[in-house]
Every structure is written in structure tokens, then in C-alpha cells.
Design a protein around this ligand. Structure first.
Ligand code: IMP
Ligand code: MG
Length: 209
């Protein structure tokens, strides 16, 4: 399992090339660049493939943060894959966890299926725990979970995701599907959103104007 919490990752950030710099809209702390993300997702795909073999798999992707991961991960899986969506939201605009709501009217029938719930990040764990509880009631044959990121030191639930691509420090991160106020999901890398980035973000400027 790869870890983003290493000196070499931070040191690598100093060498950001001009191409990446021109695409940057937030602070300079790139936690995981495109190559690192690609390698971590490929490694997780191999573990999922080894676990399921040829068995058909239904992926339940938690919207919206897991969509970029879903696109990259699902294309590396060779077993028959069905893709189902469920929407969960805990951050209502800011960086603090709030009330969780779920919307499951886009779900496929998962009764009797091997199901893997997919999310962008395991932070407190409340979202994944709630979604797993909801999907479990739908009668799957087996149920696992996979996340791109596991934020260290934040967990409040007694649950560990089955597949994790990266462990990261307790920082608010954006990019590769993760957002701040619905922005930055399209960044191809994962960046730490710092206080001055939040103050200077387009949404903050809109709301203060
Ligand atoms: P949890 O319920 O606290 O585990 O939070 C999970 C959800 O919160 C994720 O699906 C994300 O949408 C969001 N989230 C948690 N940490 C971050 C972050 O660092 N950046 C962006 N979104 C986050
Ligand atoms: Mg989010």
C-alpha cells in the first residue's frame, strides 16, 4: 500500500514543471501527482482483481467525489463490471463534516450480487459506514469497500475499508474528484487546500462580493 506521507513526496513538489504550474489554481502543495495517482490506482485495481477473480462485480460509486476514481479504476478491471451510483453528502459547502444525506434512487438492483462500494476518501468514516449499511439492506451476496484515500487520525467509526490506495495526513485535499465547494474536482493531481487558498477561492470571492 502506498503512503503519501513521506518526505520524498513533499520534496518532489519542489520540482513542479511549468506545464503543471500553469494548470495550478490552488496552493503549491501537490500531495500526489498524476503518476503517483495512476500507480496507486493500478495497484488497488490489482488487489481488487486478485480478490474477485472472474466473478462479476457491481461497483456502487458514491457521488460525486469518486467519479474520477471510478473512471480510472473500472477501466482496469477485466471481470464483468456493473456500475451503480449512490449520492452522499456530508460537507455542505465548507471543510467541516456536517449532517449526512443519502440519495439511492440511481441504484441498480444489487440483490445476490458481489458488491464493492467505492468512495474518494475515508475521513471520519461516517459516509462509508452509512452507505455500507444502506447497501447491506439491499441484500447483496458479498459487500466490500474501496477508497482512494484514507485520512489518518480522523476515524470515528469501527470500520476499515477493504481496499485503500493511499494513506494521507490530516489535511483538506482537493483534485482527482475531491472538491471544495464543488470546485477543483477536475484537477488531475491531489493538492492540499490551505487556509489562504480557501480565502482566495472563486466561491469565497463570489460569496463575499
Ligand atoms: P467522512 O464521512 O467524514 O468519512 O467523509 C467522507 C466524505 O467527506 C468524502 O466522500 C468527501 O466527499 C468528503 N471529504 C472528506 N475529507 C475531504 C477532503 O480532504 N477534501 C474533500 N472532501 C473531503
Ligand atoms: Mg465532497
Amino acid at each position: 500500500m502506498a503512503s503519501a506521507w513521506s518526505g520524498s513526496t513533499w520534496a518532489a513538489c519542489a520540482g513542479i514543471g511549468p506545464e503543471i504550474c500553469t494548470r495550478k489554481v490552488v496552493g503549491v502543495k501537490i500531495l500526489l501527482d498524476e503518476d503517483e495517482l495512476r500507480a496507486g490506482v493500478a495497484e488497488m485495481a490489482q488487489k481488487i482483481a486478485a480478490f474477485y477473480g472472474d466473478r462479476p462485480l457491481t461497483i456502487v460509486a458514491i457521488m460525486t467525489g469518486s467519479l474520477v476514481l471510478l473512471a480510472d479504476l473500472s477501466r482496469q478491471l477485466l471481470m464483468p463490471v456493473r456500475i451503480s451510483l449512490i449520492q452522499a453528502s456530508s460537507y455542505r459547502g465548507g471543510t467541516q463534516s456536517g449532517q449526512l444525506w443519502l440519495r439511492d434512487d440511481m441504484m441498480l438492483d444489487v440483490r445476490g450480487r458481489d458488491v464493492m462500494v467505492l468512495d474518494d476518501i475515508f475521513d471520519t468514516g461516517k459516509t462509508l459506514s452509512a452507505v455500507l449499511g444502506c447497501v447491506a439492506q439491499m441484500g447483496p451476496n458479498t459487500l466490500t469497500s474501496a477508497v482512494l484515500l484514507h485520512k489518518l487520525g480522523r476515524q470515528v467509526v469501527d470500520l476499515e475499508p477493504d481496499f485503500v490506495a493511499f494513506h494521507i495526513p490530516d489535511e483538506f485535499v482537493v483534485g482527482y474528484g475531491l472538491d471544495y465547494q464543488d470546485l477543483y474536482r477536475n484537477l488531475p493531481y491531489l493538492a492540499v487546500l490551505e487556509t489562504h487558498d480557501i480565502e482566495n477561492s472563486p466561491e469565497s470571492q463570489l460569496s463575499s462580493s
